[in-house]
Design a protein around this ligand. Structure first.
Ligand SMILES: Nc1ncnc2c1ncn2[C@@H]1O[C@H](COP(=O)(O)OP(=O)(O)OP(=O)(O)O)[C@@H](O)[C@H]1O
Ligand SMILES: O=C(O)C1=C[C@@H](O)[C@@H](O)[C@H](O)C1
Ligand SMILES: [Mg+2]
Length: 173
């Protein structure tokens, strides 16, 4: 039985890489943000706006435990998931955690293009966005670093790049 959790900052590629990697490893794919949206019939943005971040973190905590009951699954978590409660310890006990590590510069480039669906980044751009990413990544790094495997994920544009991770994971997991 395999259960893998991909963790990392917003824009690290958890959803993008997770889809391809799960196929290569022949595991079911669950994106925790999408799972929450399906269970609550609301977008993550709506949940933040209507209930606030604290309530979202509570939902996220509970839904993480729900998906962790599934077997032979790769779960792409939300960017904040490992950084609240004892979620990272929980994931380390429930399965194999993989941190997709990406630099602030690269994250800022990616997130500039898709920040509208991330409520925490709303209204930030350019240097302010980059400074915010740098500051919050520094706070989150101690949680991300508790992952069993840290994967430098700066460049992973093609299926072949993802295949490299999947091969390396196959030897390490
Ligand atoms: N390896 C990559 N190289 C270049 N761009 C990428 C890569 N991975 C993802 N992206 C782009 O970055 C954006 C964010 O990727 P993705 O949604 O997979 O991030 P995430 O880690 O799931 O973030 P979140 O924590 O917000 O769910 C997307 O627009 C995607 O196209
Ligand atoms: O990094 C975060 O705090 C978040 C990341 C997203 O995946 C979502 O879970 C939400 O937008 C919060
Ligand atoms: Mg995602």
């Amino acid at each position: 039985m395999k259960r893998i959790f991909l963790i990392g900052y917003m824009g690290a590629g958890k959803t993008t890489v997770g889809k391809v990697l799960s196929q290569q490893l022949e595991l079911s794919f669950i994106d925790l943000d999408h799972y929450i949206e399906g269970r609550y019939h609301k977008t993550v943005g709506q949940l933040f706006a209507e209930r606030g971040e604290e309530a979202f973190r509570d939902i996220e905590r509970r839904m993480l435990r729900e998906v962790a009951a599934f077997e032979d699954v790769l779960v792409s978590t939300g960017g904040g998931a490992p950084c609240f409660f004892d979620n990272i310890e929980f994931m380390n006990e429930a399965g194999q955690t993989v941190y997709l590590k990406v630099s602030v510069e690269e994250l800022a480039k990616r997130l500039e293009l898709c920040k509208s669906t991330r409520p925490i980044l709303k209204g930030r751009s350019g240097d302010e966005l980059k400074a915010f990413i740098a500051e919050s990544l520094e706070k989150r790094e101690p949680f991300y670093s508790k992952a069993a495997i840290v994967f430098e994920a700066e460049e992973m544009m093609t299926d072949q790049d993802v295949h490299k991770i999947s091969q390396e994971l196959a030897t390490r997991l």
